[in-house]
Design a protein around this ligand. Sequence first.
Ligand SMILES: Nc1nc2c(c(=O)[nH]1)N=C([C@H](O)[C@H](O)COP(=O)(O)OP(=O)(O)OP(=O)(O)O)CN2
Ligand SMILES: [Zn+2]
Length: 110
Amino acid sequence: MFTVIKRMEISASHKLTLSYPSKCENLHGHNWVITVYCQAEELDENGMVVDFTHIKKAVKERLDHKNLNDILPFNPTAENIARWICGQIRNCVKVEVRESEGNTVIYEKD
Ligand SMILES: Nc1nc2c(c(=O)[nH]1)N=C([C@H](O)[C@H](O)COP(=O)(O)OP(=O)(O)OP(=O)(O)O)CN2
Ligand SMILES: [Zn+2]
């Protein structure tokens, strides 16, 4: 089994729509750290599980320096972002989304 791990740092803003009062309903920013894990038993014709550059294009180039509410069609919690990223990338099995030093979410595909 091969595992590819790609770590990216992204600056982006968001605001959350919640069912209770929260400061997170106001637009604010994070320096997100996103780590993508991809696995495969066999390599593709290029000798890869997935190209690091393709992961960067699918994640960093779409999200960096953006307001996530403008580009994602869901409430941009760390959980929803992690699950969405996993769905964008071939062979992705796990995504970690770190909003801040103390706040991290892990999504793992079933
Ligand atoms: N389960 C989740 N809880 C929260 C999320 C989330 O995505 N998933 N997001 C937020 C907000 O984005 C907020 O920015 C972070 O909240 P909070 O920890 O209260 O604020 P700080 O980052 O400033 O952390 P401090 O511990 O106060 O320094 C909220 N919850
Ligand atoms: Zn936030």
